[in-house]
Design a protein around this ligand. Structure first.
Ligand code: NAP
Ligand code: ZN
Ligand code: ZN
Length: 356
């Protein structure tokens, strides 16, 4: 039986999100059906709803930080059973045969992963769905290979943001081999930034936060940051020159990066995570003079996402959250655009369909 699903959707790039109903497919032999309990609100949701990348198809139900409980499994499903606490992140399928998929880096699938929302949905035809729809909804059906286990030590609400923010910061911290003695800077203390701080501290790094104001200084210190800089403070930036092995740049808008490159030590890397579409001026001199690099990184693979969830459980790390009702989503977007979030909005899906 198709699963009648209640959701919040955007119908165009400028109107508020509104209630929306649709059917999820009947779970197939390899599928897991999930009752969604909590959905994190990622800044990427805002970019996609506003069509910042220019390819959004409406109506769109955003949400790729999904935490819930299994309600049904197909006959081939071995890894999950009814009642299990599970997560779904940014992808629900990939080709499974390309070099990236074979190496467990499905996010870099050569023909392209199936994103949790906004991708062509090859499995939705029976219920009239042509586009995948995400987690601002009360149910989802996903192939077992793209479902994660949420460890018992993590509360479901604070675990939801790990499924995108948590893996997006964990993956580059691991790829660039952060450990005891590493000096890491995190630019932007939002949803991704606060996860980067907590994870890098847990890996043994000395962490510095770069922010646009001092509003979040006390929070950064509480999360374990050793230092805090305001990135418009020229003297402080000068004093921090050549200090960092790795800069995790989570800024969600086009911004000046040349000054940040000067903060890298020899062989240091700045990893860009923000979904900005305008060109960033990068000059050769600061790169070649200290063999510095500018890199990018996209979420993480399924195996690494499970590793990250287990790491967070082991180290007592979850997201700092503000829980909202589904009909507060438009207010949350407006606050996110002003960097006014401490540090992730999470939708309580049990309130779906109820008046606030
Ligand atoms: P967020 O919670 O809104 O945090 C972004 C932070 O960037 C803000 O808190 C603010 O930090 C800083 N910021 C915003 N505008 C700025 C500006 N004009 N100049 C300087 N700093 C500014 O967003 P998020 O959910 O963490 O996402 C961050 C970015 O990563 C978004 O673009 C999102 O789409 C992208 N993303 C990428 C991936 C990936 O796989 N690469 C995955 C998820 C998200 P302060 O208040 O500290 O200044
Ligand atoms: Zn995201
Ligand atoms: Zn592939």
């Amino acid at each position: 039986m198709p699963i009648a699903t209640r959701a919040f959707a955007a119908t165009d790039s400028s109107s508020p999100l509104t209630p929306y109903s649709f059917d999820r497919r009947d779970p197939g032999p390899d599928d897991v059906a999930v009752a969604i309990k909590f959905a994190g609100v990622c800044h990427s949701d805002v970019h996609i709803v506003k069509n910042d990348l220019g390819n959004t198809r409406y109506p769109i139900v955003p949400g790729h930080e999904i935490a819930g409980v299994v309600t049904a499994v197909g006959e081939n499903v071995t890894r999950f059973k009814i009642g299990d606490r599970v997560g779904v992140g940014c992808m629900v399928d990939s080709c499974r045969t390309c070099v990236s998929c074979r190496e467990g880096e499905e996010q870099y699938c050569v023909p392209g992963m199936t994103q949790t929302y906004g991708s062509a949905d090859p499995k939705g035809a029976a219920v009239g769905q042509t586009i995948t729809q995400g987690g601002y909804s009360d149910a989802i059906v996903v192939d077992q290979n793209y479902v994660l286990s949420i460890p018992d030590a993590l509360p479901l609400d604070a675990a939801a943001p790990l499924l995108c923010a948590g893996i997006t910061t964990y993956s580059p911290l691991r790829h660039w081999k952060v450990g005891p003695g590493s000096k890491v800077a995190v630019v932007g203390l939002g949803g991704l930034g606060h996860m980067a701080v907590k994870q890098a501290v847990a890996m043994g790094a000395e962490v510095t936060v770069l922010s646009t104001s001092d509003r979040k200084k006390a929070d950064a210190e509480r999360m374990g940051a050793a230092h805090f800089l305001i990135n418009s403070d020229k003297d402080a930036m000068k004093a921090a020159a050549e200090k960092f092995d790795l800069i995790i740049n989570t800024v969600s808008a086009t911004h000046e990066i040349a000054g940040h490159l000067q903060l890298l030590a020899r062989d240091g890397t700045m990893v860009m995570l923000g979904l900005t579409t305008e060109g960033l001026p990068v000059f050769a001199m600061p790169l070649l003079w200290r063999r510095r690099s500018v890199a990018g990184s996209l979420i993480g693979g399924i195996r690494e996402t499970q590793e990250m969830l287990d790491f967070c459980a082991e180290h007592g790390i979850a997201s700092d959250i503000e829980v909202i009702a589904p009909d507060q989503i438009n207010e949350a977007y407006a606050r996110l655009e002003k960097s006014d979030v401490r540090y992730r909005f999470v939708i309580d899906i049990s309130q779906m369909g109820k008046a606030a």
